[in-house]
Design a protein around this ligand. Structure first.
Ligand code: ZN
Length: 565
């Protein structure tokens, strides 16, 4: 040991160590210890390396040592309260020796807790860890005393109140005859940030789960879709609609899907197609509201060359393209009346006539119509043909809005999360609890589509490897706000549960507001030991205000304690 650094006697630390074989325990002060075989620790190390790889094994073992170092730092001040700072700090190396880690010799030590300056160099002889590592893996290239280094970093960081990183510049595991460690604040190491990962809690399981769900999402995007497999829902409202659809799928019946915008009518129609005997034939979807009125007939029924200016070539319509399969006419309520007449004819005759054609063509198409408007009302108002409505309304299925199937929000959101993670090449581990709660309490005017938009936004805003927080979904909700549904069913900030609970208890007690006030005043005065000025401060009142309120409640017959000051 250099002459300037001397260990104080360690009798104070030896006294901490107590073996109690009768009770089957070993103690270091008030902390329970255990004697373990280094061969067992070596076996654990080998298993860790094999199962999670060297980096994660190193991280786990470093954190284990770090935890020990943090625990031992308690004894520094407790055991040597009146000693010099140096003597207090040396509790760490001395305990480390007592615990059998290695023989620790300070080479250099200078620090100042107030300014956060730290520079330390220690020599380790007979490191148990270098020995154990070498036994399992032979002589290695990289230092391997991870538990010991974790201890040095944990102890010193706790002592200094900031992260001090120790690194080995020599190690017995690399064939040196001793280890040498150097410690300084993490920001003073040029590669300090790269070492921070060894101290952080990084769940490998969560990473694996996230990867797993990404693999699932990727798989489902490349594999042929399972019949109806893309539909997610366990709520009874959803299951009812699904059961109706399943029954219709096996038949040729024309299906009318109704429901609000964004409830997933196209997805439903696709599932119907996939469950039907037509699943190997095309599924064609047309959004009638998205097509200009003058083109809609050509789009649906096809066009012959030269039928109108711009019709340079003959073209099959969507009906023909869906031959043998299923045609979805979305927003069918927006179809202009002439197109409605033509559609009715196709449904009646089973044949289409291209615009400008002399002949008709046979088509075999299962029609699914979808609408978010009340077609019956449109019929009454003359905007929709009654005979067409009868044709379409043979087998109506009403898809429930999301707010009536809130039980499906979580499974839907999780499936979307996996899909968007793979789409945006992002690793997001899930929804924070508060975020999921906010999703489950939202009113969802835009239904599943709105949920989809929010989840995609959340995936983009969340940190790589992190979770989707409530702010990523609903930016207007601050971190501290309690989110809930207000009387109008909207997501809003609510008083905290604690406030609610207190108010509820007061109401349940049957006390009047005056009673409550008198009791709170009395309690404040008692707590202030009768000092009225102090009681007034506790209540956020002036002394005069307190006196006035006390007098008033006394007049009402409530007893107020007499002030002693
Ligand atoms: Zn070493």
């Amino acid at each position: 040991m250099p002459p300037n650094i001397k260990y104080p006697p360690d009798s104070d630390l030896r006294r901490l160590l107590r073996f109690e074989p009768d009770s089957g325990s070993i103690w270091l002060g008030d902390q329970r210890m255990v004697l373990m075989h280094t061969t067992a620790l070596a076996a654990l190390r080998q298993d860790l390396m094999n199962s999670v790889g060297a980096d994660h094994a190193r991280r786990i073992l470093t954190r284990m040592g770090y935890a020990s170092g943090l625990s031992d730092a308690e004894y520094a001040i407790r055991q040597r309260p009146n000693d010099s700072m140096e003597s207090q700090f040396l509790v760490g190396p001395q305990l480390h020796m007592l615990e059998g880690a290695a023989r620790v010799t300070p080479v250099k030590l200078s620090f100042d807790v107030a300014t956060g300056k730290f520079e330390g160099e220690f020599r380790w002889d007979h490191s148990w860890e270098a020995y154990a590592h070498q036994q399992k893996f032979g002589v290695v290239d990289q230092p391997a005393c991870w538990v010991l280094l974790g201890y040095a970093s944990g102890y010193t960081s706790a002592f200094m109140g900031k992260l001090i990183l120790f690194k080995e510049t020599r190690c017995g595991a690399c064939g040196d005859d001793h280890c040498l460690i150097v410690g300084k604040p993490i920001e003073e190491w040029s590669d300090g940030e790269a070492h921070r990962m060894y101290f952080t809690d990084d769940s490998l399981m969560k990473k694996m789960e996230a990867l797993q769900s990404q693999v699932e999402a990727l798989k489902s995007s490349i594999e042929p879709e399972q019949p109806g497999g893309k539909l997610i829902g366990k709520s009874s409202a959803f299951r009812q609609a699904y059961a109706l659809m399943e029954k219709a799928a096996k038949t040729q019946v024309t299906v009318l899907l109704t429901g609000e915008t964004g409830v997933g009518k196209e997805r439903f129609a696709r599932a119907l197609h996939e469950l039907s005997p037509r699943s190997s034939a095309p599924f064609v979807a047309v959004n009638c509201a998205a097509l200009p009125a003058e083109l809609i007939e050509a789009e649906l029924f096809g066009v012959e060359k030269g039928a109108y200016t711009g019709a340079h070539a003959a073209r099959a319509g969507r009906f023909e393209r869906a031959h043998g399969g299923t045609l979805l006419l979305d927003e069918v309520g927006d179809l202009p009346l002439p197109a409605q007449a033509k559609l009715l004819r196709v449904l009646q005759e089973g044949e289409v006539e291209r615009v400008g054609a002399e002949v008709t063509r046979q088509v075999n198409v299962r029609l699914v119509a979808a609408t978010n408007v009340d077609l019956e009302k449109a019929v009454r108002e003359g905007r929709f043909r009654q005979d067409l409505w009868y044709r379409l309304n043979v087998y109506p299925i009403c898809l429930p809005p999301l707010r009536e199937r809130l039980a499906d929000v979580a499974p839907l959101a999780n499936a979307m999360l996996a899909r968007f993670c793979s789409l945006h090449d992002k690793r997001v581990t899930g929804f924070a609890e508060r975020a999921m709660q906010a999703l489950e309490q939202h009113a969802w005017p835009g239904n599943v589509r709105e949920l989809e938009n929010l989840v995609e936004r959340g995936v983009i805003l969340a940190c790589q490897g992190g979770m989707i927080e409530v702010e990523h979904l609903f930016p207007h909700l601050t971190q501290t706000a309690q989110t809930g549904v207000d009387a109008s069913g909207q997501l809003a900030e609510l008083p905290s549960a604690q406030d609610d609970e207190l108010s509820a208890r007061i109401l349940d007690s049957g006390s009047s507001l005056d009673d409550v006030e008198a009791r709170v005043l009395n309690h404040a005065v008692t707590r202030a030991g009768g000092n009225l000025s102090q009681a007034a401060r506790l209540l956020g009142l002036s002394r005069a205000q307190l006196a006035y309120r006390q007098k008033r409640s006394q007049e009402r017959g409530q007893a107020a304690p007499q002030a002693t000051v």
